[in-house]
Ligand binder design. Structure first.
Ligand SMILES: Nc1ncnc2c1ncn2[C@@H]1O[C@H](COP(=O)(O)OP(=O)(O)OP(=O)(O)O)[C@@H](O)[C@H]1O
Length: 233
């Protein structure tokens, strides 16, 4: 069965002065896909995600998410997407549950917080200040924030960077569980191995441009020798 296109990006461009952070980028994401955005530092991954989440305005191009225009219908769109907040400093003195309640108050759609806490195994940390959590649990916590409105699509900006191998693997297991529950996940990463192992498709960004978009197998096949490494990209 053909899956519905849920994100449609056309000729998207975002400039900072003379620097094009995102340049004429077009791609689609299908419902239920785990879609990677991969590239080195400064490739434009975060800017692209911020545009998709409606947090920045493009200079050119269009984004449709579930048929909603990411700019003109940003308020309605906000209810359907999970926003990842990589920097926790704003809420670090709050407890996990206080911060989740705060973020949930911004939405009309609300998921039972206990269900999120249970799914992400955050129960032992529920009443602890966010800043006391280890890096891995802080990433679980920011994933929990992205789920408070029970979104159809979750956007994640390099959530596994800096985590050890086991913690990364555990985090990906949670993402795969969310995918099995029907969520569409768009995730930025530096890590080709993660894309190979877990993503259905990925877009490779280089200096703001999308240089390839395919399944991991397709991306590997398009790279002549040496496999799918960041150097090859
Ligand atoms: N607010 C901003 N003002 C000016 N330039 C910016 C701004 N945000 C990003 N840039 C520039 O846009 C380009 C793309 O940055 P972006 O953060 O999107 O890349 P990235 O792939 O996410 O990198 P990283 O992996 O280091 O986070 C870089 O050249 C960066 O310096």
């Amino acid at each position: 069965m053909n899956k519905q296109t849920v994100i449609q990006v056309s000729s998207l461009t975002k400039r900072y002065g003379a620097n094009s952070a995102v340049e004429q980028v077009s791609f689609q994401v299908k419902e239920g896909e785990l879609f990677g955005i991969i590239g080195t530092n400064g490739a434009g991954k975060s800017t692209l995600l911020e545009l998709l989440m409606g947090l920045r305005k493009p200079d050119e191009g269009r984004i449709k998410v579930y048929g909603l225009d990411a700019q003109a219908e940003a308020e309605e769109l906000k209810e359907h997407i999970g926003i990842h907040m990589p920097n926790i400093s704003l809420v670090e003195k709050m407890t996990v549950i206080e911060a989740l309640e705060l973020f949930q108050s911004f939405y009309i759609r609300k998921k039972n917080l206990n269900d999120i806490i249970e799914q992400l195994e955050l129960h032992p940390y529920k009443d602890k200040p966010v800043k006391r959590l280890s890096g891995g649990w802080q990433q679980r916590f920011t994933l929990a924030i992205a789920l408070v409105n029970d979104p159809k699509i979750v956007f994640l900006d390099e959530p596994t960077t800096g985590l050890d191998q086991q913690t990364r693997a555990d985090y990906w297991q949670k993402l795969l569980e969310l995918k099995r529950q029907g969520k569409t996940i768009v995730i930025a990463t530096h890590d080709m191995g993660e894309v190979q192992r877990h993503c259905d498709r990925a877009a490779i960004m280089r200096k703001g441009e999308l240089v390839a978009c395919d399944s991991p197998q397709g991306l590997i096949a398009s790279i002549p020798a040496g496999g799918l490494t960041m150097e090859a990209v």
